[in-house]
Design a protein around this ligand. Structure first.
Ligand code: CUA
Length: 180
């Protein structure tokens, strides 16, 4: 029988549901509940998705803030592209911008100091994946996300774009250095 055919029994709603079907419904329901409660659980205990504030922003306004920060706190430049490295003051606002195909600028932060990290994209959707600690965030144009971050381990961290954003997506890498 297919769903295109009329039911064999006229009172089809009164036919008892098969045992196998009931088992599947029960399994699906339990799994739905597990997935549902994993969302708040993982948010509290998972470290992967940090709580954020969100504001509307335009690319022009955001770029101005990024440039102002670079002008004030640039410590050096890296690579052939001469990407600035910024060491913002303790507890300060840090503006990081995603664009095709770059994280701009690069950052030098201090261990155990809390910063306000601002994040947006000035073109389209990018993904902020911080390696090797596996922090994952969506970077959405038009919205400025603000996160309170406290690096707890010194070292070199790489920002990988994990949201496909075009032909050079795989080259979209950024750096954060955390110093003791
Ligand atoms: Cu940006 Cu992929």
């Amino acid at each position: 029988m297919t769903s295109f055919m009329p039911p064999a029994q006229k009172n089809w709603w009164a036919v008892p549901v098969g045992r196998q079907e009931l088992v599947w419904i029960a399994i699906a329901l339990v799994w739905c509940l597990i997935m549902f409660f994993m969302m708040p659980f993982w948010h509290m205990y998972g470290d992967q998705n940090i709580s954020n504030e969100g504001y509307r922003v335009t690319p022009v306004k955001y770029q101005a803030k990024v440039n102002e920060m670079i002008e004030k706190y640039k410590v050096r430049e890296v690579g052939a592209m001469k990407i600035p490295v910024v060491a913002p003051p303790d507890g300060g606002d840090v503006y990081l911008m995603a664009r095709l195909w770059q994280w701009y600028p690069m950052l030098e932060l201090k261990k155990d100091v809390t910063y306000r990290l601002h994040l947006t994209s000035i073109d389209w959707n990018h993904g902020f994946s911080l390696q090797p600690v596996n922090i994952n965030l969506q970077v959405v144009p038009g919205y400025e996300f603000v996160l309170n971050i406290t690096p707890n381990k010194a070292g070199e961290y790489t920002i990988v774009c994990n949201e496909y954003c075009g032909i050079m997506h795989h080259t979209m890498l950024g750096k954060i250095w955390v110093k003791e």
